[in-house]
Design a protein around this ligand. Structure first.
Ligand SMILES: Cc1cc2nc3c(=O)[nH]c(=O)nc-3n(C[C@H](O)[C@H](O)[C@H](O)COP(=O)(O)O)c2cc1C
Length: 327
């Protein structure tokens, strides 16, 4: 007799399931001998509000199965967006997953991890067979939450949550029937407008200190990488379209903002007053940023940083590396 064929292909089934965006959790428990176990799971879900109950499912092939089966208590940690390394660590079998992790006091014996978006401390109330998984249902005996943005998982990749933005109110009279290629969806427009609006608030501080944009770029660059020569400074700042050339640097030296070495090739560094000016300018930039993050929300700000980093990598014309990650 022919083997019955599967009604769908397993990898397609996985891909389709991956369209359901979830959070990422680590579920922990403690073995009878006191050893902690934990694993990354995105099968977590809420079940009941009264009594408070949640569920998750565990593959029968998981090494931690016997411990979770025997444990009376387990803790579910909803991971924050900065915990993707931890998610990877707890998704690998066979490592000492808890090495170097500080645990916090818990209501029962299951390990309680720190730095999460939310945590649910649970007592097993039901276990069900679910094909190649066991479904655990737990009563929540304690929970807490932080302001951290949660880590998401969708289509096999970690992701961040951002709110859908409300459409910007448009003045119908100002449009020319939609024929113009210049639209509010144009990425260049959105980026440019966001940049100039940000600089609008920040410009006042630059004016008060009498610092030009070119000088601001040099101050910020040398605060991160000291001892660059004129060619290196120009290469780092070329993308701004503002020439950070020998003349600009000479002017900054004359004003006491930079110190220059007497090497064969002159190398520039911030002087004490240059360092003070750069701190003042960056403090102003931080203040503008803090006010914006307050309006946007931390979650949006984390999503925005993430997208801007993608964009910077994608549009990099080959600038010298400034930070560790290449940005
Ligand atoms: C994002 C993500 C979600 C996962 N969700 C589950 C899950 O819900 N249930 C499960 O059994 N395994 C899940 N896994 C796989 C386990 O984390 C992985 O098999 C782990 O090594 C099991 O640990 P253990 O073998 O030490 O028990 C997930 C992995 C990742 C990366």
């Amino acid at each position: 007799m022919d083997k019955p064929t599967s009604p769908f292909d397993p990898s397609g089934f996985r891909r389709a399931l991956g369209m359901f965006a979830t959070g990422v959790t680590i579920v922990t428990a403690r073995a009878g001998d006191g050893a902690p176990v934990g694993m990354t799971a995105n099968s977590f879900n809420s079940v009941s509000l009264d009594p408070p109950m949640v569920l998750w499912s565990l593959a029968k092939s998981a090494r931690s199965l016997p411990v979770f089966h025997a444990a009376e208590h387990w803790n579910v940690h909803i991971l924050a967006n900065e915990q993707n390394d931890l998610a990877n660590r707890f998704a690998r079998a066979g490592e000492d997953k808890f090495a170097g992790l500080a645990l916090e006091p818990a209501l029962a014996d299951a390990p309680l991890l720190a730095g999460c978006a939310a945590r649910f401390q649970c007592r097993t109330v039901f276990r069900y067979e679910g094909g190649d998984h066991i479904i655990f249902v737990g009563e929540v005996i304690g929970f807490d939450q932080s302001e951290a943005a949660p880590l998401l998982y969708v289509s096999g990749e970690y992701a961040l949550a951002t709110r859908l933005s409300r459409p910007v109110a448009t003045d119908a009279g100002a449009t020319n029937g939609g024929a113009a290629p210049f639209t509010e969806e144009l990425l260049g427009y959105l980026l440019g407008r966001a940049h100039y609006q940000f600089m609008w608030s920040f410009q006042r501080t630059l004016d008060e200190l009498g610092i030009s944009h070119g000088e601001f770029f040099v101050l910020s660059l040398l605060a991160v990488r000291s001892g660059l020569d004129v060619a290196e400074i120009a290469a780092h700042t070329a993308y701004t379209g503002i020439a950070a050339d020998a003349e600009l640097l000479a002017g900054m030296c004359a004003r006491g903002l930079l110190a220059v070495s007497n090497d064969a090739v002159a190398r520039y560094a911030l002087s004490d007053s240059g360092l003070a000016a750069s701190r003042q300018v960056l403090a102003a930039a931080h203040a503008v940023e803090a006010a914006l993050v307050e309006q946007l929300g931390r979650r949006e700000a984390a999503g925005l940083r993430n997208l801007l980093k993608h964009l910077i990598r994608a549009s990099d014309p080959g600038l010298p590396v400034l930070w560790g990650a290449g940005l």
